[in-house]
Design a protein around this ligand. Sequence first.
Ligand code: 2RA
Length: 354
Amino acid sequence: MAPVLALVGATGAVGTVMIDIINHRETVPWGEIRLIASARSAGKKLTVRGEELTVIELTAEAFDGVDVAMFDVPDEISAEWAPVAAARGAVAVDNSGAFRMDDQVPLVVPEVNADKVGERPRGIIANPNCTTLSMMAALGALHREFELKELVVASYQAVSGAGKEGVDRLYAELEAVAGKPVGVSAGDVRATLESAGLSISDSPFPAPLAYNVVPSAGSYKGDGWYSEELKVRNESRKILGIPDLKVSATCVRVPVVTTHSLAVHATFAREVTVEEAHKVLEAQPTIVLVDDPENNVFPTPGDVVGEDPTYVGRVRQALDFPNTLDFFVCGDNLRKGAALNTYEIAETLAPQLG
Ligand code: 2RA
């Protein structure tokens, strides 16, 4: 019998992208697709592959008969309900941060470590954070060939990483500064926002995003580090299977709606030429190489938003660092960075279930 797929968080931002992904798949391996959400959203009707489905309330019984349950909900909801789904016999594929660093839970990017989906003693598989995910297809492919030793990363993260609230805030700020000659003296953007009633204390970001960049993403974790930076380090090590990989990240929020970008400085066990790197990246089906700097051809988030692949460009040998490549990556944080990778994990599982 074809396996049954459940989507928990069907009406949220990532859930909506997930349904779009399912609707646009040429074929799906599922017998039934079940939509689950909070009591507040239960009863809503959504169209999935031409069929109108009614969203049902998140309860233990909702998982009866389910083979794969994808979770696109906040950490605390996943922490409570993914084990319930697993206890009812489903494999829970979780897109929250609740289980990513649990030793009993594999952290999977199918094109890097699909073999790990079978090692799930808790019946749960975790999906990485979107910042890590945006560079994993490229790093996984390069690591397989050249053995990654060290990683230094700077992120340029879109506001949709902070949810709808982040997107609404950026639009509101841009409206407040539109047509005004600001961004020319210290604090003038902040003052303009304040006088438009957009106090920073009400923002999901700790500084203005309009005409600005903000070197803080996630929550502050002490010793100078924000959560997004620690996730890049810990998750990269786990996905690539290099527990002692040297990693340092600086995560920055930028006024982009969707698509995270990363400047990557990656050191390998030996010298890697640009031609060799291009060959490896071109051979990876989930990567699009856009790298012709002479003609100003490179990826930008504005050209990548809504796309499934990871776009890579600006590949070059670091002038002063042996065995090191620098490159720039753009990945849609709501697609490969969240919904798409979760769905690809579910697809990887499908032939083994049902
Ligand atoms: C962000 N990576 O961009 C986070 C979302 N999970 O804020």
